[in-house]
Ligand binder design. Structure first.
Ligand SMILES: NC(=O)CC[C@H](N)C(=O)O
Length: 285
């Protein structure tokens, strides 16, 4: 058996409240570690808050994001646990909505969102560029203060996955799950068994059902562990995010957080058997 314990979080982040957001992130990592998890997934843009709107266009917002990440990286937070942290990143002169993957005090990959949410209440195209270079991982030069603090100059940036000794793990950023050819389809064919979806999804009647059907659809025939993390509560804008972070294995929901909780931090954990994924995939020859 290849047992893996994962943790996915509902966090009540506030737009531009960096101190509060950072504390919530740290506390969620602590709780994930206490539960014995080796992967901790946080919601989309958790460092800045999802609803920063035009503050995403200010350089300060991006810089403060890096300062917060630095604080996580120089402490022992990421020791022994893969942490996906959501934050905006500028590469060249473009802003990307990213999952920054950290492990053992290093950034091991930055995964920019490839399909932006721009329907209904979403206006991500106003602030972010969609990453469209699906066929390459490029070198991203870390801001000098981060580079000095973590003794690392650059990091792979783009679409890819992380291969560990016993499994492979990848990010799929929120809206990407709901697109015609979601990344998890091809990632699964490349051996990725664990998907980490960082989301900023507001409450809308019956949307939870749409989400759950997507997680189940993503894994019930192709197999996989689907981790979903969402923002929780209001964040200063006009939307209410309804949490429900969960873990789905081979089409079955094995853990789910609350939907209308008043708690700022809720960490949902699950112990999963990766061999169940390999075994389901063994059906297709
Ligand atoms: N932040 C997003 O990408 C939103 C994705 C999706 N439309 C949802 O509401 O859940």
């Amino acid at each position: 058996m290849r047992l893996l314990k994962v943790a996915s979080c509902n966090l009540n982040q506030w737009a531009m409240d960096f101190d509060c957001n950072l504390n919530n992130i740290k506390e969620s990592i602590t709780q994930a570690k206490q539960a014995g998890a080796v992967i901790r997934l946080g919601p989309e843009l958790e460092i800045t808050g999802y609803g920063c709107e035009d503050h995403f266009l200010e350089l300060d917002t991006i810089n403060h994001g890096w300062e917060c990440l630095k604080e996580i990286l120089v402490g022992d937070w990421t020791d022994g646990i893969l942490c996906s942290v959501g934050m905006p990143v500028i590469k060249g002169s473009e802003r990307y909505n990213c999952q920054v993957l950290c492990f053992n005090r290093k950034i091991i990959m930055i995964r920019p969102k490839m399909w932006l949410a721009n329907d209904g209440n979403y206006r991500e195209l106003r602030w972010f560029t969609a990453w469209k270079h699906k066929d390459q991982l490029v070198d991203f030069q870390l801001p000098s203060e981060i580079a000095e603090a973590v003794l690392q100059q650059s990091v792979p940036f783009g679409y890819g996955y992380l291969r560990f000794l016993d499994t492979a793990v990848a990010a799929e950023v929120c809206e990407e799950l709901f697109t015609p050819i979601p990344p998890h389809a091809e990632l699964a064919l490349n051996g990725v068994e664990v998907f980490m979806n960082a989301s900023g999804s507001h409450h809308q009647l019956r949307k939870l059902d749409v989400r759950l059907r997507a997680f189940i659809g993503a894994t019930h025939t192709r197999g996989g562990v689907y981790m979903y993390s969402n923002q929780q509560g209001c964040d200063g804008g006009r939307l209410y995010y309804d949490g429900c972070s969960c873990v789905v294995v081979n089409g079955e929901v094995v853990a789910q957080g609350s939907q209308f909780s008043l708690r700022d931090i809720e960490v949902v954990t699950a112990q999963v058997d990766l061999d169940a994924v390999a075994s389901l995939r063994g059906i297709y020859q």
